[in-house]
Design a protein around this ligand. Structure first.
Ligand code: GAP
Length: 472
């Protein structure tokens, strides 16, 4: 590894976040540093391989980040998969036959332009850097002509490390949908249009990973291919465009921070005849892509048919002429969703003359739904009663309760005084906290506190599950 490569790696390892020049804050005053710091402090997201100094472009999700991500995926599945009778969820491999990537065009075209500074030898994405001055050493006019850099990670399959065993980590999940198109048709005989969806990891050897989890080398995509008759593409492009906007509303994202961007032909992916990117106003980054909607035509199926020699045509049930369906693809970057949801929820106010940071997450996305506190940790009678309440809520989650929905993650918290516990739970976006105090021992009622208003109400323990589940 050259010393410039090492330096680049070390810079990225040192946290992986540098505000880009001219960046601005999305919220009134929040910056990406605020988000990164909260995520680390409270256990949402950590630097990947942190104890070894990190690894550029990788981040690990801690317990709260993993729960939040799971909640977003669950909502996405409910919204885009479970709500439709003609959507098939699949789960395909990350490593595929390399011919897939020849047919899909990724081997030939999945490149970013790379430039190298002739002075310090740092490398940059040519389209993301001021071409006149190296951002690392500051020297002017040191970049030569951009060269093409393929973003796919290579690996070897099996015990031989040679050309024949070479394979790639998938850069998108979509190809699993195309290679299983015939299987779905043969097993389920769907009518057109129908969709095949997938949520999974993708890998891109980004030249310059940056901005926390915004541009990383290993990330997750939620996407589906909507197979249709060519004549219907515009109708369904519009339909999914509307539904994508409705999805961002459902997530609670501030509508002034979401906008569409019609991608000009020169910037479209090699397979697309029309693309609209959805941008979110990320703190410190500004408006940038969170999701996309592409009309992929019959590009992928046609090329897979040619390369594999397998017939990938759809046979209309009315006996019409078989044809290769066209495809509309809505795609959503999961990590960018996590970042948008946290940034959107990040709030500050003043409570009891002190600044408070809290995450105003919709209850269904909050990683912890309810936290249970014994008022005092050193009073065994309070701890015992609080444990009973906590166990009851956990049991309601495990086994369900008549008339009550699953509550989601319930947390026990007896660390520090009650004020500190409130602050901690507010910062992770817990919608409700429950305190068991001395009155509870007499009246079997607890105090529920609302995260956003900080208002408190007394609720009988017997009514607790119903009350909480009504708030979800
Ligand atoms: N199958 C289509 C496809 O993969 P894409 O626009 O290249 O489309 C989908 O990627 C989404 O994945 C993007 O809208 C973006 O939100 C997210 N994404 C792309 N590259 C990423 C990266 N390096 N790190 C994090 N998210 C990324």
């Amino acid at each position: 590894m050259s010393s410039a490569d090492k330096k680049q790696l070390m810079d990225q390892r040192a946290g992986g976040f540098q505000a880009p020049p001219g960046s601005r804050s999305a919220g009134a005053s929040i910056s990406l540093e605020d988000i990164v710091s909260l995520c680390k402090r409270r256990g949402f997201i950590y630097q990947g391989s942190e104890i070894y100094g990190g690894l550029a472009g990788t981040w690990d999700y801690g317990p709260l980040g993993a729960q939040l991500k799971r909640n977003i995926v669950n909502e996405w599945l409910k919204y885009f998969v479970d709500g439709w009778d003609d959507m098939y969820l699949i789960d395909t491999t990350i490593i595929m036959n390399p011919k897939v990537w020849e047919a899909s065009g990724h081997l030939d075209t999945f490149h970013d332009p790379l430039v190298e500074c002739s002075n310090c030898h740092m490398r940059f994405r040519a389209d993301k850097v001021d071409k006149n001055k190296c951002p690392n050493c500051g020297k002017a006019k040191t970049f030569g002509k951009p060269r093409r850099f393929n973003l796919m990670f290579k690996t070897n399959v099996g015990p031989l490390d040679d050309e024949d065993s070479m394979a790639y980590l998938r850069p998108e999940t979509a190809q699993g949908m195309f290679t299983n198109f015939k299987n779905i048709i043969d097993s389920f005989h769907p009518d057109l249009p129908f969709g095949v969806a997938q949520v999974g990891r993708s890998f891109r050897n980004e030249i310059s990973p940056r901005d926390f989890i915004f541009r990383v080398r290993e990330f997750e995509i939620m996407e589906f291919e909507w197979f249709l008759n060519e004549k219907d593409w515009e109708k369904y492009f519009e339909k999914w465009r509307k539904d994508m906007n409705a999805w961002f509303k459902k997530l609670g994202l501030d509508s002034s921070k979401v906008k569409e961007h019609e991608v000009p032909p020169s910037d479209r992916a090699h397979y697309s005849k029309r693309t609209i990117d959805f941008y979110y106003d990320f703190p410190s980054i500004g408006f940038d892509e969170i999701a996309g909607l592409a009309y992929r035509t019959d590009f992928d199926l046609k090329n897979h048919q040619k390369k594999s020699g397998k017939n990938l045509e759809y046979r209309p049930k009315d006996g019409g002429k078989p044809f290769i369906p066209h495809v509309i693809e809505p795609t959503f970057g999961l990590d960018r969703h996590v970042m948008a949801v946290i940034s959107n929820a990040y709030s500050e106010d003043v409570q009891a003359e002190e600044k408070r940071i809290f995450l105003k997450l919709p209850a269904y996305l909050a990683p912890v739904k309810v936290a249970v506190f014994p008022l005092l940790k050193n009073k065994p009678e309070l701890v015992k009663k609080a444990r009973e309440v906590y166990d009851m809520l956990k049991k309601a989650n495990r086994e369900g309760m008549p008339g009550a929905r699953s509550l989601g993650e319930v947390l026990w918290d007896d660390n520090g005084n009650i004020g500190k516990r409130y602050r901690r739970q507010d910062e992770i976006g817990t919608p409700h906290t429950i305190t068991i105090d001395f009155d509870t021992l007499k009246d079997d009622a607890v105090t529920i506190r609302d995260r956003d208003t900080t208002k408190q109400e007394r609720v009988k323990i017997t009514d607790l599950v119903g009350t909480l589940s009504a708030h979800q």
